[in-house]
Design a protein around this ligand. Structure first.
Ligand code: ARG
Length: 460
């Protein structure tokens, strides 16, 4: 078999054309989806009478053989196989003879490739959703185990107020819950069959796009053939969803890097998720956490790369669209690696509760509670803020313990001593969604329910 266009164009393709034009190495991994699409297409062609049942059977058998060959590794790709679609059609024609030459009736690679890609993306979104949930579950499990462990909460990476470790871990779980929702929402817009749009304008043959759509399990069928073959919104959305997820994973990674440092010492990452140094014998490095932080770069890059490919494309299919696959595949591949590794880290991490408590129980961390105590007694907040700020300053300048400075101040009585007790700041937080013990218990119930809702959002 020569090129697909040998009827129209003469002469062999140049090496330079092939090197740039071929996409087989990248789109090979769509072979299952391509075969599924072809099966649905051929079954429809038989049903509407465009090909004989016997020819249909020969093609279906050949597709099955080709699938077995690819999955077992015995499929022999040929130099002229431009992409996976060409390779499979060539092989089917080799096996099924002239019947194989009828397979592409009423179809273009333009609707074929985007059908494959939608099927692949749907499957990958589902797998990603499950991985996101695994990390959430691991964080929630650690939040349960954390009990009343407290650590400093930070703003500007400066110690601000004590918070419960459970509260902190659940903050990440909520962000992941939004990632999960975005995955499911993207899924719904991906779940549209473009098969039957042809090259761009539909077909003069009596093909039935709704039949193939239903056969492939799509929820909807394209309404506009031009849009069907040129729309890559679902790719951009899937890459964006991955990019924002990666941003969240990067923040978790950065925190693990900080927390596992000698200076913080809040966590001990299990040896299985760390590496040593080739030179310094004492080193234990948080490489996984660092890579969770770093891998975000490529996914964010994929998003801007892809959007740049899409901008300015006239309707309908343009070869530029072939460039959609690498960013899509790599975004999913990368997050799959990172999610799996981070879940492993959280399943096996040890928190250093003493170190955390030590860092949390600094007198200044109750400054806001002291100001709010004065508010209770009727002082305007702004005035109380200034007053406590002055006491902090005095404590620093006179190198005198903050609790002593506060106790000596005429605005406070002996009741204020309790404010400096270790758990006091947490105990005083009673508002919904706060870091108080009761509020966090409520939150644990809420995230448990949220997970149940997430599970119910998964396609069956
Ligand atoms: N490999 C191509 C892609 O991924 C297949 C579509 C080619 N269509 C065409 N009209 N040349 O986009």
């Amino acid at each position: 078999m020569g090129t697909l266009w040998e009827g129209r164009l003469s002469g062999a393709t140049t090496d330079a054309l092939k090197a740039l034009n071929d996409s087989l190495e990248i789109d090979k991994r769509l072979y299952r989806e391509d075969i599924l699409g072809s099966i649905a297409h051929v079954e429809m062609l038989v049903t509407v009478g465009l090909i004989e049942e016997s020819d249909g059977a020969l093609i279906l058998d050949a597709l099955k053989i080709a699938e077995e060959e690819i999955s077992s590794g015995s499929f022999v790709f040929q130099a002229e196989d431009e992409d996976i679609h060409t390779a499979l059609e060539r092989r089917v024609t080799e096996i099924a003879g002239v019947a194989g030459a009828r397979m592409h009736t009423g179809r273009s690679r333009n609707d074929q490739v985007v059908t494959d890609l939608r099927l692949w993306t749907l499957k990958s979104l589902d797998e990603l959703a499950l991985l996101v949930m695994s990390l959430q579950k691991s964080l929630i499990e650690q939040a349960k185990k954390a009990g009343e462990t407290r650590l400093p909460g930070y703003t500007h990476l400066q110690q601000a107020q004590p918070v419960l470790l459970s509260h902190h871990l659940l903050a990440h779980a909520w962000a992941l819950s939004r990632d999960f929702e975005r995955i499911i929402e993207t899924r719904s817009r991906t779940d549209v069959s473009p098969l039957g749009a042809g090259a761009l304008a539909g077909s003069s043959l009596p093909i039935d796009p709704i039949m193939t759509s239903e056969n492939l399990g799509f929820s909807e069928t394209f309404k506009n053939s031009l849009d069907a073959v040129s729309d890559r919104d679902f790719v951009a959305e899937a890459v964006f969803v991955n990019a924002l997820l990666a941003v969240h994973l990067s923040r978790i990674g950065e925190e693990l890097v900080l927390w596992s440092s000698e200076e913080f010492g809040f966590v001990e990452i299990d040896d299985a998720y760390t590496t040593g140094s080739s030179m310094l014998p004492q080193k234990k490095n948080p490489d996984i956490a660092e890579l969770a932080r770093a891998k975000t770069g490529r996914i964010v890059g994929h998003l801007s790369g892809l959007l740049t490919v899409l901008k300015g494309l006239p309707l309908a299919y343009n070869k530029d669209l072939q460039e959609d696959k690498e960013p899509l595949f790599d975004s999913f591949d990368t997050n799959t690696l990172v999610l799996t590794a981070l879940t492993g880290i959280f399943d096996s991490v040890t928190f250093n509760k003493e170190k955390m408590a030590q860092a949390a129980d600094k007198p200044f961390s109750v400054a806001i509670d002291l100001a709010e105590h004065l508010v209770h007694k009727g002082m305007p907040f702004r005035e109380a803020h200034t007053l406590i700020g002055g006491l902090v300053k005095a404590s620093i300048e006179n190198q005198k313990d903050f609790n002593k400075v506060v106790l000596e101040n005429e605005n406070f009585g002996p009741e204020i001593e309790d404010f400096f007790k270790p758990e006091a700041a947490i105990d005083r937080r009673t508002t919904p969604g706060s870091t108080g013990l009761d509020a966090v218990e409520v939150q644990k119930e809420q995230i448990k329910k949220r997970l149940e809702i997430q599970i119910s959002m998964m396609p069956r």
